[in-house]
Design a binder for this molecule. Sequence first.
Ligand SMILES: [Zn+2]
Length: 256
Amino acid sequence: MRRGRLYHLEGIVLARRNQGEADRIVRLLAEDGLYELIAHGVRKPRSRKAGHLELFNRVRLLVARSKSSWDVISQAEAIEFHPRLREDFRRATQARYVAELVLAFFQGEADARLLHLVEEALVHLEEEDGERFLRWWEQRLLDLAGYRPIWDHCVVCRRPLHPRRDDRQPYGFSPAHGGALCADCYAGRETDETTPLYALSPSALSWLQALQRRPWEALRTRPWPAASAREVTRLMERYIAWQLERRPATLRMAGR
Ligand SMILES: [Zn+2]
């Protein structure tokens, strides 16, 4: 058999699945794209590659090009590990959510910004419980994916939105329109099954604006009432499910 040409690749293991009796398909996020590669024999007990190809590891690979099938991982060396993302159920679920969104929003195409964003998420989730961080991260991912939600002006009348705690009327949120509605447009619109519409509290809107505009360090310790955090979480879930036309599977794992 003719040997394929070899190439080097560095990236993050985002997903894996079993193939055949002892092989595994590895989905790797690199600077220039998402790769699907095969690792032969890694499910055998004595495989030397297996430990290096764990989920969420950053790895350096030597890959052999194949014309007929997946390119073949010939050597693998992990250069960063995230053991807590595998051992701690909550963290593991959060990291899987990150991986699931990346794979769902980006089919094959990727760049250095995406790799950096994923790396940043894995490092954070390894260190601390990341629900708040994930809300911030979602805004950045959606931006890169071309689905940036609109929080700073009304998606119907384009009036700038400056939510205040003493606002009397709720704002609105329309996944189909891709963002927030001012109180007048929300009060005046009909909702139906094809264009659902939800009430949005001033506190949640104010947080959504901050999550989109501000660096993480500015938000990390800012007090966030639990009800407002829950509202933002639920709303982002709806927005993402609307864009993907399905609910992310990892939300079920998280019991949501
Ligand atoms: Zn409006």
